[in-house]
Write a protein that binds this ligand. Sequence first.
Ligand SMILES: CC(C)(COP(=O)(O)OP(=O)(O)OC[C@H]1O[C@@H](n2cnc3c(N)ncnc32)[C@H](O)[C@@H]1OP(=O)(O)O)[C@@H](O)C(=O)NCCC(=O)NCCS
Length: 186
Amino acid sequence: MGVTYFKRYRMEIDLTRPLFEPPVLPAGYEVVGWHESLLEAHAAVKFQSFCLEIDANVFPCLGERDGCSRLMREITRRDGFLADATWLLVWRSEDRRSAEYCGTIQGVLDSREFGAIQNLGITPRHRGLGLGSVLVHRALDGFRQSGLRRAYLEVTAQNTGAIRLYQRLGFRKARTVYKAADVAYA
Ligand SMILES: CC(C)(COP(=O)(O)OP(=O)(O)OC[C@H]1O[C@@H](n2cnc3c(N)ncnc32)[C@H](O)[C@@H]1OP(=O)(O)O)[C@@H](O)C(=O)NCCC(=O)NCCS
């Protein structure tokens, strides 16, 4: 094992300006609001979304099923947890016989009155359909409904697809931060 420093960007968005137009939700998908009973569904989607991604090195808990449950419990028990900025996506087949959870986002209020997006994840086979953009829009709208004027998220610099997406949605890089993580060398 050795310590690696991952470069990350804090990206911010001004909530007092009009938000981007959200993509239309494709047929079969539904956005579901927060309820305690959905904690494990959020955790399972988080794990499936992150386990093979760079962020599972930066935050090892994202690469473990139990770690994702712990993280969800920790986020939802924080004083600043915002149910209105926390959403789950479900997909149902046309005949309604099969269904799966496929997207998650969580929002919290930080000490400086910023809305903070925690983890946005879409499971691999549902990517590229605009679902990530839909969830970001729901979270930002939830922040606005709670009276917040600014929001931010942090993204690993190597996650270029996600950075491009956030820039397209109106987020701007505000600061560079470094996150130390223990990484196993091959
Ligand atoms: C980033 C992520 C949430 C995007 O979700 P999505 O539903 O595919 O997003 P949308 O369809 O609204 O937008 C697609 C954009 O995301 C980008 N993207 C990033 N990673 C992608 C991936 N693995 N597959 C498909 N698109 C991806 C695409 O490049 C595309 O941008 P482009 O049109 O400029 O090429 C999703 O890829 C994901 O869950 N990745 C793994 C977890 C992660 O890194 N989350 C972000 C943490 S800050």
